[in-house]
Ligand binder design. Sequence first.
Ligand SMILES: [Zn+2]
Length: 255
Amino acid sequence: MKIYFLGTGTSQGIPVIGSSHFVCLSEDHKDKRLRVSVWIHEEDFSVVIDCGPDFRQQMLTSKCSHIDALLFTHEHADHTAGLDDIRPFYFKQGDIPVYGHQRVLANLAKRFDYIFEKENKYPGAPSVMPFEVVNNQNIQIKNQEIIPINAMHGNLQVFGYRIKDFVYLTDVKTIDTSELEKLKHIDVLVINALRFEPHNTHFNIEEAINFINLVQPKKAYLTHISHILGLHEEVQKQLPENVFLAYDNLEIEIK
Ligand SMILES: [Zn+2]
């Protein structure tokens, strides 16, 4: 199974429009971060988590040409604003299965009413097949069992997902200890780490590392990164041995 990091940046992306911050001016490709998303794929299985405003570019760069499902973590725009760009997948595949919390599906149906519309639909508009994600109820997509993981983004509930021994969690600030059972014996954990300074709704580096130490995956990758964190090359040097800053277009393989 391959994990392709489609985007690893926080909500504005890096570079931030109009910014003269040194990270935004960096020419290192690892300092250029689209909005956060991953593509998980193997033969006959292809799932994308979140669908932010950079979705079109991410699908072109990664050469993703088929999606069995889109899984949503939550409804914030940096995770959902690209939904219209599922059109090429819809034209080829038909209705695209989308998974999310009931609240997230309701929110998407409001913001993208023409996509969820069933009657008098504009002919060029894409269509989705919504599936509600409920905590403690596994999802079956193709031959894979996916375990939803419940966490909190400040006051907002978010879902992370476990597929085999891979876990993707983003926009987490707190997580109930009862969820830790689902995170046992994992090879790779992806977890958000915004910057060094604390933030109300996101883990900072210290909180992310504490969480990694608690979960004890073989390896961890940090994502949802702000330009304020610093240069990729400099920050990577300060991290523990098994912790890596993810970067856009990084692809890793998991058994
Ligand atoms: Zn976010």
